[in-house]
Write a protein that binds this ligand. Structure first.
Ligand code: HEM
Length: 383
């Protein structure tokens, strides 16, 4: 638990606002509530069904490309790199539709900006220090300018082509009551939020299944039994219980977002402790997910069985599993992320077997996210 200076460091740091503007994650109060209500509609059941088709199409295309290599020989590949590209393609189509290529360029710039920002956030923030020249800050300013230019270009071309009503996130934002500035800021978030964390989760799942191949076999048996050689459908995906247990256990051991911050708006009493208003909490998701008191002596081990009775019964506390956190502020894209992780896994497991490569070096890299620090090398077995 940290006090005010830390809060100042995290949320009032201009570097974070430079990266994400006044978008949903950095909004508060009524402004946040109104935007959250509006943006929730992006992930309703009908929208998720459309997303299912986009994810399936992009994944099948990737799998066809892989098949050419795997037909000839065992094939080693860094799946982290593959999943970054896949998730990026999917996110760009969902968010920017026909302008996906330009959307990907915005995503790259925003990713770079977020990377440099995470470095800036590690330096203690002294108010006013942004006026002192510093190479990291200058890089952020430059990246922000470039990203701004492309976002404005994208929105302008939509207006010119009279395509504002297109069936993608941008079309939805343009037809909403949001101001131009708010739309630009939401584009900043959606150009990256949709892919970084999801591709990280997929990479960890492959490393775990490539190491614990007995679970890979179990998941494949279930897929074969339920799908009987057919492509997964939106409705059937939820019936793949073993796969869902594996996904949960992956998100428990390696939560792609390892930490969130909360502030007490007024004096409160929490579990017998008095907390003054204004206090900032760091919620260490990673530490909570590895706590032996909650998960038992095997907390550090990969054991999807702990999710056999559902997430709320997986540990001693019904809310201890929190890769997307809980409550009104929880991840907006959770259902989309879970859909993508499960569907990509199901399609690949149905086709190929794999093991983790001896070249894989276990080195989780903890910044704003937590990803494999030296790639996720996996060997696919010849078909
Ligand atoms: C495995 C994938 C993902 C993980 C682990 C994850 C995790 C999180 C976490 C921990 C938060 C912070 C919640 C809090 O402050 O309590 C968050 C917020 C958020 N996430 Fe995700 N996320 C994922 C995927 C996505 C995707 C795919 C999208 C959008 C397409 C998305 C959009 C957002 C947004 C907009 C917020 C801010 C919500 C708000 O402040 O109201 N996330 N996410």
């Amino acid at each position: 638990m940290f006090n005010d200076p830390y809060h100042y460091f995290i949320t009032a740091n201009p570097a974070l606002h430079r990266a994400l503007g006044q978008s949903l994650p950095l909004s508060e109060g009524d402004e946040w509530a109104n935007k959250r209500r509006l943006l929730n509609q992006l992930f309703n059941m009908e929208a998720l069904k459309d997303m299912f088709q986009i994810i399936a199409k992009a994944t099948n295309k990737m799998v066809d490309r892989w098949s050419k290599f795997i037909k000839l020989n065992d094939w080693e590949v860094d799946v982290q790199h593959e999943f970054e590209e896949l998730a990026e393609d999917i996110a760009a189509i969902i968010v920017f539709g026909k302008s996906a290529e330009l959307g990907k360029r915005i995503g790259h710039l925003q990713m770079k900006l977020q990377d440099v920002t995470s470095k800036v956030l590690r330096i203690a923030y002294i108010p006013g220090s942004r006026f002192i020249p510093n190479p990291l800050t200058s890089k952020c300013v430059l990246l922000r300018k470039e990203a701004d230019k492309l976002i404005k270009e994208m929105i302008k071309s939509r207006y010119l082509s009279k395509d504002e009503q297109e069936n993608d996130f941008l079309g939805f934002l343009l037809s909403s009551t949001l101001t131009q500035r708010q739309i630009e800021d939401e584009c900043r978030v959606f150009s990256t939020a949709g892919y970084e964390t999801t591709s990280i989760a997929l990479s960890w799942a492959f490393i775990l299944l490539g190491t614990h191949t007995e679970w890979q076999d179990k998941a494949r048996e279930e897929i074969d039994e339920v799908l009987k050689g057919n492509q997964p459908s939106f409705e059937i995906l939820g019936r793949l219980k073993t796969l869902n247990m594996i996904v949960n256990e992956t998100l428990r051991l390696y939560p792609p977002a390892p930490l969130v911050v909360r502030e007490a708006k007024k004096d409160i009493r929490l579990e017998g402790v008095d907390i003054p208003g204004g206090t900032t909490f760091v919620i260490p998701i990673l530490a909570i997910h590895h706590d032996k008191e909650l998960w038992g002596g095997n907390a550090a081990e990969f054991d999807p069985n702990r999710f056999a009775e559902g997430a709320s019964k997986s540990s001693k506390h019904p809310k201890a599993f929190m890769p997307f956190t809980h409550g009104p502020r929880m991840c907006l894209g959770m259902n989309f992320a879970l859909l993508e992780i499960r569907l990509v896994l199901a399609i690949i497991l149905q086709k190929f077997t794999f093991v983790t490569s001896p070249n894989y070096k276990h080195d989780p890299l903890y910044t704003l996210t937590m990803k494999p620090g030296k790639g996720a090398q996996v060997i696919f077995k010849k078909i």
